[in-house]
Design a protein. Structure first.
Length: 311
């Protein structure tokens, strides 16, 4: 009986979260909707304290100026210039080297570093991307970044209220000149805006060197607060020409950088990951926002994770 009651409660919580998510998706795609909702959320959270003790922990980024980052984010939706400390970077790269990654984000298509070709042969097609799961519990260096005081401070100041930590995503984008337009769209390699919340912020770190041919992140600065109305109505991918027709060339920022380089973005801005042509790209992403709808987390039940060659 207790098990039945527990199951019903869990399902009810999931339905409530999904209902709130669907409402948010309808409201937050509009600049005005995001703005009004953010003001209301800030008013209700003014006296609350976030889960992490903001300002009471040390930071891995001593040279990061919080006010400077927040000012740039408000204006451009983008702040560039973070750098992972060498020890943190090395620990994450070692974890990425030995950890299991999952082709096409599929929990049943796992493979290790030397097993990609065998996994692709087993399933009968090449992988465009591969994602890691349960990174916080498996990698202390990633966990330490999610708890960093300055990242929390930036997220809180930008959002205007104590944020929630939403999750981590770390993935490979594999170099290929043969991806179809459908695949490019599926894996966010065409322009789009994220509708992940009424107010949210993402921290990105390159874990390999990323040049012009290696799939750099591209952001249209200022488009988080200034969008063509028809673009706000449409939840879809956009071609380069559609974006270039409306936004000035000087607003398009192509972010290249060495391994360990990072930036912060409100990905309500139009953005894309350019398709890597020369080298594979490995990126770490950390997300903060108003509400946790369960869509940004990489936490998975380990019993569901399988190697591709086991299927």
């Amino acid at each position: 009986m207790l098990a039945l009651v527990s199951s019903v409660l869990i399902r009810a919580r999931r339905l409530r979260r999904e209902w709130r998510f669907l409402v948010m998706r309808q409201v937050a795609r509009y600049v005005a909707g995001r703005t009004v909702a953010s003001v209301l959320i800030a008013a209700t959270r003014r006296r609350r304290r976030p889960a992490a003790l903001i300002g009471e922990q040390g930071s891995l980024f001593p040279e990061l100026v919080v006010d400077e980052a927040v000012s740039a984010l408000r204006k451009d939706g983008l702040y560039i210039g973070l750098r992972l400390p060498p020890n943190t970077f090395r620990e994450i790269k070692e974890y990425a080297r030995v950890g299991t990654r999952y082709g096409e984000q599929n929990e049943r298509l796992g493979f290790r570093r030397e097993g990609k070709a065998a996994a692709e042969q087993h399933v009968g097609y090449p992988f465009a991307i591969a994602r890691y799961f349960n990174t916080i519990s498996e990698c202390g260096a990633i966990r330490s970044i999610t708890q960093d005081a300055k990242l929390w401070q930036i997220a809180a100041a930008y959002c205007g209220f104590p944020p929630a930590f939403l999750g981590v995503n770390m993935w490979w984008s594999y170099a290929s000149k043969a991806l179809s337009q459908t695949q490019r769209s599926q894996w966010a390699q065409k322009y789009h805006q994220d509708v992940d919340g009424y107010k949210f912020l993402k921290f990105f770190f390159y874990l390999v060197q990323v040049g012009r041919e290696d799939g750099p992140h591209v952001c249209v600065k200022g488009s988080h607060v200034s969008k063509k109305l028809s673009h706000q109505f449409a939840i879809r991918r956009f071609s380069d020409s559609e974006i270039e027709e409306f936004y000035p060339p000087g607003d398009v920022s192509v972010i290249e950088g060495p391994a360990g380089y990072g930036f912060v973005e409100d990905t309500a801005c139009f953005h894309k990951g350019a398709p890597p042509l020369s080298r594979d790209r490995l990126v770490l992403q950390i997300v903060f926002g108003a509400f946790d709808y369960g869509h940004a987390s990489d936490v998975r039940d380990s019993s569901h994770l399988k190697l591709a060659t086991e299927g």
